[in-house]
Design a protein around this ligand. Structure first.
Ligand code: 3H9
Length: 693
C-alpha cells in the first residue's frame, strides 16, 4: 500500500480508501496503492466484497495532469482499470464530488457504481485536448446510449448523478458520508442486493447514424473539430473486440498527448489557477457582505448583476430618476437572462431581485463594505466621485474603480485613505465575462488586494493582478496590436481578409467585426484622449475616424466597416474603400497584397511584443498572467494556450527575426523588447520565466 491508499476490513467486506488531496488525482502513488490494496484483498479468503471510495472533497477527479509529459511510471491507469475490472471479488465504487476523467473510468471498471446525491460525473479530457485514455471510450457506450456517450466524451461537460442514474452510468443514488455508504454498499453487493456487472461484458450501444452525424459535424469545424474528432474515432473502437478497442484508444490518447491542442489547453487549465498565486495570497481578505456600484449603465449594471448572482446585496447609485429606471430594467433583464440560461432558478430570481436597491442617494453607501465606480472615463469625474465616497463610506470600506485605463494612483489622490483604493476592471458584459483585472496602486493595502481576489472567486471570475499603466495588462496590449491591423489595411490588405485570417487562426471574430460590435465610437473617444500623448514617430491610420465622422459607429448604427442588413447578413461598407484609397493617396502608399499567413504572423507578433513589455515592466507578475488575461477576457483561442505560450511555440529567435524584417517598414512600431532579445540570445522561454517567478 502507499500512504494515499488504505484498506479497512469489516468482517467479510472491505473498503479501499483513496486519500490524495486536493482532488484525489490518479497519480503514481494512488495507482500503485490501489493495485497493492487489491492484491491484498484478493488474497484474503475472508473478503467477499469490496467498496472503493475517496476521502476529502471528491472522488478521483482524473489522471494527475501534472504527470502528463513526464515518463509514465507503472502501473499506468489503463492497467489499474483492467485490474479492477478483472478482480475476482466484486467492487462497488462510491462517487462523491466530481468523478471526472480517469476517475469515472476507474468507476466504470468497478462492478457497481453508487453516486452520492449532489455528485457529478464526466469525461472532460477534451477540455485538455485529450480523450479518455483508460477505457472510457470503450466502456461508456456499454452502459449509456449513443447520444449520451457522444455528448459526454466529445463535449466534456459533467452531468449530475441524477442524470447519470437515468442514463445507466451509475446504479444507485444514496445520501450520506462516502465511508459509511461504502460499508453499506459493499454488504449489499455481497448479498446480491446490488447487482454486480463487468462493463466489458455488456453489449455495445452505438447507433451508426448518430456516430456518422457527429463525425460530419466535427469534420465541418476544421481545425476546431480536431480534438472531438479524435475522441469520436476512439469511441468507434468500442465496436471492435474490447482489447482491440482499448489498444486503439491508447494509441489515440498518446497521439493526443503529443498534440499542440493538448499543450495549449493544459497551459490554459493551469493559467486559470496559477494567477491566484500573488504576493498577497496569505493576507486575510476583508469581509464583503454588501456592495455599492456607482453608475447603472451597461457596465455598472453588469457588475451589479454579477454580485447579485453571487448573493451579495447591491446598492446602485444613479444620477437621475430616469437613469434609476434604466438600471433596474437592465439588471432585472440580465437576471432574467440568467434564468433563461439555467444559471438562476425562477424561485431564486425573486430573492435575488430583492437584494437590489437603485437610488440617487449617495448616502445609502455609508455602510457598504465595497464600492465599485463605473462612471464616465474622465479623471475629473473620478476625482469627484472618490471625494464623495471618502466623505460617505465607513472606515475600512474598499473603494474600487472599474476604469479601463486611468491611473489608479492618480484616482487615489482624491481620498484620505489611498490604502483602500484599488482597480477592479471588469470586462463587458460584466456578468458573463470571466476576467477581472485587479489593479494594484502604489498605496493599495495588501488585504485589499487579497479581497479583490476573494471577491473574484465568489463571482466565479478569474482574477489577474495588474500594475498601474495606461490600459493595465489587457487594454494596453490591445491598443498596441490593434494598430497592426490598421497598418496592414492601409498597406493593402483587405480588412475582410484580415478578419477571416484571424478567425482561421482561432479567434471567435475578426478585429474589424469586433470593432463594429463593440462600437467604433469607443475607440474614437480613446484615440482622441490619447492624441496629446501620441509620439510624433507613431504612424496613424485615420480610416476609423472617418467612419465615425460619417455617423457610423458599427452594429448599433447598422453600419461601420460592414453594413448590417435586416436579414442578419453583412457586406463591406463601400465608403470604407474610398476612405482607405484617399488616405493611401495622401500618404503615397502603393498597396500590396498580404497572404493570410503574413496577416496572422504580423498580428500575433505585435501582440507578443507588447505582452513581453508588460512582463518586462512588472505590470504582469508572470507570462502566464498575460495568457490568462487574453484567454478569459479577449477570446484568445484556448487551444493555443495564450499569446506567450504560443510565443514559445514560435520561438524567440523567429520572433526577433520577424520583428527586424517588419521594422524595415516601420522602425518605431517594430522594436524588439529586451526580454525577447535575451530569450533569443540565451535560448530561454516564457515557460522558464513562469517557473522562476
Ligand atoms: C484524464 O483523466 C486522462 C485519463 O482519461 C487517462 C489517463 C491515462 N491533476 O480546480 P481547483 C489541482 S485527464 C492534477 O482549484 P475546484 C488544481 O491544479 C484529467 N491536479 O478546485 C489545483 O491546484 P492548486 C481529467 C489537479 O474545487 C487544485 O487541484 N480530469 C487536477 O474548483 C484544486 O483545483 C479533469 O480534467 C488533476 N486532474 O475544482 C479534471 N485537478 O491548488 C480537472 C485539479 O495548486 N479538474 N487539480 O492550484 C477540475 O475540473 C477541477 O479541479 C475540479 C475541482 C472540478 C476537480
Amino acid at each position: 500500500m502507499t500512504e494515499v491508499v488504505t484498506i479497512q476490513k469489516f468482517d467479510d467486506i472491505a473498503t479501499i480508501c483513496i486519500d490524495n488531496p486536493p482532488v484525489n488525482a490518479a497519480g503514481h502513488a494512488m495507482r500503485k496503492g490501489v493495485v497493492d490494496a487489491l492484491d491484498t484483498l484478493e488474497a484474503d479468503p475472508a473478503v467477499k466484497a469490496i467498496a472503493l471510495y475517496c476521502a476529502g472533497r471528491t472522488f478521483v477527479a482524473g489522471a494527475d495532469i501534472r504527470e502528463f509529459g513526464k515518463p509514465s511510471q507503472p502501473p499506468v491507469l489503463p492497467d489499474v482499470c483492467n485490474r479492477l475490472e478483472a478482480s475476482s471479488k466484486p467492487i462497488v465504487a462510491i462517487l462523491h464530488g466530481t468523478a471526472l476523467g480517469g476517475g469515472l473510468e476507474v468507476a466504470l471498471c468497478c462492478h457497481a457504481r453508487v453516486g452520492i446525491t449532489g455528485s457529478k460525473v464526466g469525461l472532460p479530457e477534451v477540455n485538455l485536448g485529450l480523450l479518455p485514455g483508460s477505457g472510457g471510450t470503450i466502456r461508456l457506450p456499454r452502459v449509456a446510449d449513443t447520444a449520451t456517450t457522444i455528448k459526454m466524451i466529445t463535449g466534456g461537460a459533467p452531468i449530475s448523478a441524477e442524470d447519470a442514474l437515468k442514463h445507466g452510468i451509475i446504479d444507485r443514488l444514496e445520501d450520506g458520508d462516502p465511508a459509511q455508504v461504502a460499508v453499506a454498499m459493499a454488504k449489499e453487493l455481497r448479498d446480491g442486493k446490488l447487482k454486480a456487472r463487468v462493463t466489458r461484458d455488456l453489449l455495445v450501444n452505438l447507433s451508426a447514424d448518430k456516430m456518422s452525424a457527429a463525425r460530419s459535424k466535427f469534420e465541418a469545424l476544421g481545425s476546431k473539430g480536431v480534438v472531438a474528432l479524435r475522441a469520436l474515432r476512439a469511441i468507434e473502437g468500442a465496436t471492435k473486440l474490447v482489447n482491440e478497442g482499448l489498444a486503439a484508444e491508447r494509441a489515440l490518447f498518446i497521439e493526443a498527448l503529443a498534440s499542440d491542442e493538448h499543450h495549449g489547453l493544459k497551459h490554459a487549465f493551469f493559467a486559470e489557477r496559477a494567477v491566484a498565486n500573488i504576493p498577497e495570497a496569505k493576507e486575510p481578505p476583508r469581509e464583503i457582505k454588501t456592495a455599492g456600484v456607482i453608475g447603472g449603465g451597461t457596465m455598472g449594471s453588469g457588475i451589479a448583476t454579477s454580485m447579485l448572482l453571487a448573493g451579495i446585496p447591491v446598492t446602485v447609485i444613479e444620477m437621475a430618476e430616469d437613469r434609476v429606471a434604466f438600471a433596474v430594467k437592465t439588471i432585472t433583464g440580465n437576471l432574467q437572462g440568467a434564468v433563461k440560461r439555467g444559471k438562476l432558478s425562477q424561485q431564486a430570481f425573486d430573492a435575488t431581485v430583492a437584494k437590489l436597491t437603485v437610488t440617487t442617494d449617495m448616502n445609502s453607501l455609508s455602510d457598504v463594505d465595497l464600492v465599485i465606480e463605473a462612471v464616465f472615463e474622465s479623471m475629473e469625474v473620478k476625482h469627484e466621485v472618490f471625494a464623495k465616497l471618502d466623505a460617505v463610506c465607513k472606515t475600512g470600506a474598499i473603494l474600487a474603480s472599474n476604469t479601463s485605463y486611468l491611473n489608479i494612483d492618480e484616482i487615489a489622490k482624491a481620498v484620505t485613505r489611498p490604502q483602500d483604493v484599488i482597480g477592479l476592471h471588469f470586462f463587458s458584459p460584466a456578468h458573463v465575462m470571466r476576467l477581472l483585472e485587479v489593479v494594484v496602486a502604489g498605496k493599495t493595502a495588501p488585504d485589499v488586494v487579497a479581497t479583490g481576489f476573494a471577491l473574484a472567486k465568489r463571482l466565479r471570475k478569474v482574477a489577474v493582478r495588474a500594475g498601474v499603466c495606461d490600459g493595465f495588462i489587457g487594454n494596453r496590449i490591445l491598443a498596441h496590436y490593434a494598430r497592426s491591423t490598421g497598418y496592414m489595411m492601409m498597406d493593402g490588405a483587405d480588412y475582410e481578409q484580415i478578419d477571416n485570417a484571424l478567425v482561421g487562426f482561432g479567434a471567435a471574430m475578426g478585429p474589424f467585426t469586433v470593432g463594429d460590435l463593440s462600437g467604433l465610437d469607443i475607440g474614437w473617444a480613446e484615440r482622441k484622449r490619447r492624441a496629446p500623448l501620441r509620439p510624433a514617430e507613431e504612424r496613424y491610420v485615420g480610416v476609423a475616424d472617418k467612419i465615425c465622422e460619417a455617423g457610423d459607429f458599427g452594429r448599433k448604427t447598422g453600419k461601420g466597416y460592414y453594413v448590417y442588413w435586416p436579414d442578419g447578413s453583412k457586406t463591406k461598407n463601400p465608403d470604407v474603400a474610398q476612405f482607405i484609397a484617399d488616405e493611401q493617396a495622401e500618404r503615397g502608399i502603393t498597396p500590396r497584397s498580404f497572404t493570410d499567413k503574413e496577416i496572422v504572423d504580423r498580428y500575433i507578433t505585435a501582440m507578443i511584443v507588447e505582452c513581453a513589455r508588460v512582463v518586462e515592466e512588472g505590470i504582469a507578475l508572470r507570462p502566464i498572467d498575460v495568457d490568462a488575461v487574453f484567454l478569459f477576457g479577449y477570446g484568445f483561442p484556448r487551444h493555443r494556450g495564450g499569446p506567450l505560450c504560443y510565443a514559445d511555440k514560435i520561438g524567440a529567435q523567429t520572433l526577433v527575426a520577424r520583428i527586424n524584417t517588419y521594422a524595415k517598414d516601420d522602425a518605431y512600431y517594430w522594436r524588439v523588447p529586451a526580454m525577447l532579445q535575451k530569450m533569443a540570445d540565451d535560448g530561454t522561454t516564457f515557460a522558464d520565466l513562469n517557473k522562476e517567478r
